[in-house]
Design a protein around this ligand. Structure first.
Ligand SMILES: Cc1cc2nc3c(=O)[nH]c(=O)nc-3n(C[C@H](O)[C@H](O)[C@H](O)COP(=O)(O)O)c2cc1C
Length: 270
């Protein structure tokens, strides 16, 4: 009798356990996003969607289609896309040593990336917009930290000699360099060669990833350093090197590899 009740208790325990596991499995299957994948906005921190394969464009196609684009529609940039562009620019691609998407002399990583977001400039999963402001990209935590609230695109465009595309683009990256990180190891060579080269690597990654995601961009080097610094609230040792507006191109780019073949053929026969 006693044994029978023990067996009964054990059986009901096993059934309950199976039921709970089954419900947990159903919940897990229904909610396909891991906790880290959700966009979490906490105070002035935006935990970005995690990097993953999002495009179907090959590298050779991205190189062919890349062009400096200065005219954009009023469409916003998707937060998931902005996250992938930031990761391609300077994100971590080696979890052991913390190496990045762009190469760096002696892995000194002198660059810092700010994001200027305009009103309605970044859409969060079709549900709403990010607050306009200047944010700083934390590469290791893959998050954006609010540095300065408000839409500062007009001020940024003024600091960039009135270049209209800076005011029009929904967002701009501002790439700054802390030269000391590289010069303390490499001296003058670090200042005049390595750091500017690294900004170029980062810029090209932004161009190619933006192209693959259907955006257009242009790297901008003409601006007043001190004015850009003050508009984005950068530290005094963070020297701006590039402003990179990003938006949906107004004109689709029409080019094919066969156009390049014809060009080469004409040149060869000339
Ligand atoms: C270092 C550098 C600085 C640049 N500065 C500006 C700039 O201030 N404003 C601008 O509209 N384009 C700027 N550009 C973009 C060039 O005008 C553009 O790359 C060039 O016309 C070639 O066109 P493509 O990029 O479509 O191949 C810059 C490009 C580089 C590499």
């Amino acid at each position: 009798m006693r044994l029978a009740s023990h067996i009964g208790l054990l059986a009901s325990l096993v059934i309950t356990l199976l039921l709970v596991s089954y419900i947990a499995w159903i919940v897990y299957k229904t909610d396909t996003t891991l906790p880290l994948e959700r966009v979490v906005v906490r105070d002035s921190i935006i935990f970005l969607p995690l990097p993953r394969k999002l495009t179907n464009m090959s590298v050779e196609e991205a190189i062919l289609y890349r062009r400096s684009i200065r005219e954009y529609t009023s469409d916003p940039v998707e937060l998931e896309h902005l996250a992938l562009i930031l990761w391609s620019a300077y994100g971590v691609t080696d979890p052991i040593w913390g190496l990045r998407a762009s190469p760096s002399a002696g892995a000194t990583y002198p660059l810092e990336v700010y994001v200027v977001i305009g009103e309605g400039g970044v859409m969060i999963r079709g549900e709403g917009y990010m607050a306009p402001g200047v944010y700083k990209y934390d590469v290791h935590k893959h998050l954006l930290l609010l540095v300065k609230p408000g839409d500062v695109r007009s001020e940024l465009a003024e600091a960039a000699l009135g270049q209209k595309w800076v005011r029009d683009a929904p967002i701009s990256l501002v790439v700054c360099a802390v030269f000391e990180r590289t010069t303390q190891r490499y001296g003058e060579r670090g200042r005049v060669r390595y750091v500017p080269m690294e900004a170029g690597h980062l810029g090209q990654n932004v161009y190619l990833m933006s192209t693959a995601l259907g955006y257009g961009t242009v790297v901008i080097g003409a601006f007043f350093d001190d004015r850009v610094q003050s508009v984005i609230g950068a530290r005094l040792d963070e020297i701006p090197l590039y402003i990179i507006p990003i938006g949906v191109p107004r004109e689709p780019r029409r080019i094919d590899f066969t156009d390049i073949w014809s060009y080469i053929e004409v040149k060869r026969s000339g």
